[in-house]
Design a protein around this ligand. Structure first.
Ligand SMILES: C[S@@+](CC[C@H](N)C(=O)[O-])C[C@H]1O[C@@H](n2cnc3c(N)ncnc32)[C@H](O)[C@@H]1O
Length: 234
């Protein structure tokens, strides 16, 4: 499939992205991904999309750089104030300075990227010593109807979840036609495990969220005090 067709897919997807993914599933994913992170200042979100996964970091006071290959996605991320700065480019070769970010994120990108190993290597390159590296990708139990049911059970209004189901179906068909999705979950699981072993990253968490997504958190050095849990000196 040509890059143009693929570009058109992401342009269209940007228009409906938040209607689908500004959801209880994404909220649960972000809670697992970022809930226990220590206080940090700088973050880069690779494949940031509209910035839904950058938003909790920005809200917590981080300065987030959002990197994405789609200008339409980045425009929404910037307009919504979910990122401080945007960069149009490939997640595997950002050209950003090495070891410059306290948190490096790639949520729902590795299964789409032609070379997930190259993205993981770039994440290691960008992470500051003692930094956190956070990835998520669809789990092998993810399904359209399963996600709908679990979102409704977790409090998403039925009409809202139903519209998201219809749009996810349309996006799935568009993704198949443009070959947007490249790797099954098992391939990403293996790539992330192998990368962590090879670079000695410490696994902090590896959890499934609402039977739909896997969230993995790593650190490059022992973590300091978690956010909001510091005790006042006596
Ligand atoms: C499924 S969305 C995930 C967005 C966001 N991280 C989230 O979880 O809500 C995938 C994003 O990756 C972007 N993307 C695809 N290939 C990319 C690449 N090679 N480099 C950077 N971004 C890419 C797409 O434009 C899209 O915004």
């Amino acid at each position: 499939m040509s890059p143009t067709a693929n570009g058109r897919f992401w342009r269209w997807y940007a228009k409906v992205y938040d209607l689908i993914w500004d959801s209880t599933l994404t909220a649960a994913l972000c809670e697992r991904a970022f809930g226990d992170l220590p206080t940090r200042r700088t973050a880069v979100d690779l494949g940031c999309g509209t910035g839904l996964t950058s938003r909790p970091l920005t809200d917590a006071g981080c300065e987030v750089v959002g990197v994405d290959l789609s200008a339409d996605m980045l425009a929404i991320a910037e307009r919504s104030g979910r990122v401080a700065r945007t960069m149009l480019g490939d997640a595997a070769s950002t050209g950003l300075p090495p070891h410059a970010f306290d948190i490096v994120v790639a949520c729902n990108l590795l299964h789409l990227h032609p070379d997930p190993n190259a993205v993981l290597a770039e994440m290691s390159r960008l992470a500051a010593p003692g930094g956190a590296i956070v990835c998520s990708w669809p789990s092998n139990r993810a399904s359209l109807t399963g996600t709908f049911v679990r979102e409704v059970r977790s409090g998403r209004p039925v009409m809202d979840a139903g519209r998201a189901l219809a749009l996810r179906t349309a996006v799935g068909i568009g993704g198949l036609l443009t070959r947007a999705r490249l790797h099954p979950s098992g391939v990403v699981d293996a790539a992330v495990s192998q990368w962590a072993r090879a670079c000695g990253a410490t696994r902090v968490a590896w959890q499934e969220v609402m039977s739909s997504a896997v969230v993995a958190v790593f650190r490059t050095m022992p973590m300091p005090q978690p956010l909001g849990r510091a005790t006042a000196p006596s």
